[in-house]
Write a protein that binds this ligand. Structure first.
Ligand SMILES: [Cu+2]
Ligand SMILES: [Zn+2]
Length: 172
């Protein structure tokens, strides 16, 4: 390999590395989950914008096995022992509660978290109708995990029971 080719290749590899670093450091937000309603749930949730959608990734432990309702709630306030301070589901479009992939749902309605037999959940979904900032923005709101599954139809919150974890969503 002559010197000129080596030079071109090293410039190319720097350009590729630079592009990767840029895409990984796009705007994002995160929430650290605090246990509520006497649970021992812990974990974190990361929100990032991807091609007009919002990607939500979570790692959670201390759950009971199975499905748990998981939503963005209106208020960025987890201070109450039962997390009622987070208020209702984030609902910027004034819709009914529903399945995240149908026309009628709260902006904050997300698919259930599913915990394995050890009570751990790893979660990665992309939803439309949410963003980090602006009218549909999740920043300065909260993310809540419930004791029971969201049935995606009961009003106003899918009958998902107690709020067992809550985290305020902050830029990072
Ligand atoms: Cu909720
Ligand atoms: Zn809802």
């Amino acid at each position: 390999m002559n010197r000129q080719v080596t030079y071109v290749l090293s410039v190319l590899s720097i350009a590729v590395l630079g592009a990767c670093a840029t895409s990984m450091s796009g705007p994002s937000a995160s929430a650290t989950l605090a246990a509520r309603s006497g649970s021992t749930v812990s974990g974190s949730v990361v929100f990032s914008e991807a091609a007009g959608k919002l990607r939500i990734e979570a790692t959670v432990a201390g759950l009971t096995p199975g499905e748990h309702g998981f939503h963005v709630h209106e208020a960025g306030d987890c201070s109450a022992p039962d997390a009622t301070s987070a208020k209702g589901h984030f609902n910027p479009a004034g819709k009914m509660h529903g399945h995240y992939d149908t026309a009628d749902h709260h902006g904050g309605d997300m698919p259930n978290l599913v915990a394995n037999a050890q009570g751990e959940a790893r979660y990665s979904v992309e939803v439309s109708g949410l963003s980090l900032d602006g009218p549909n923005g999740v920043l300065r709101r909260s993310v809540v995990i419930h004791a029971d599954p969201d049935d995606y139809k009961s009003q106003p919150a899918g009958n998902s029971g107690k709020r067992i974890a809550c985290g305020v969503i902050a830029a990072r």
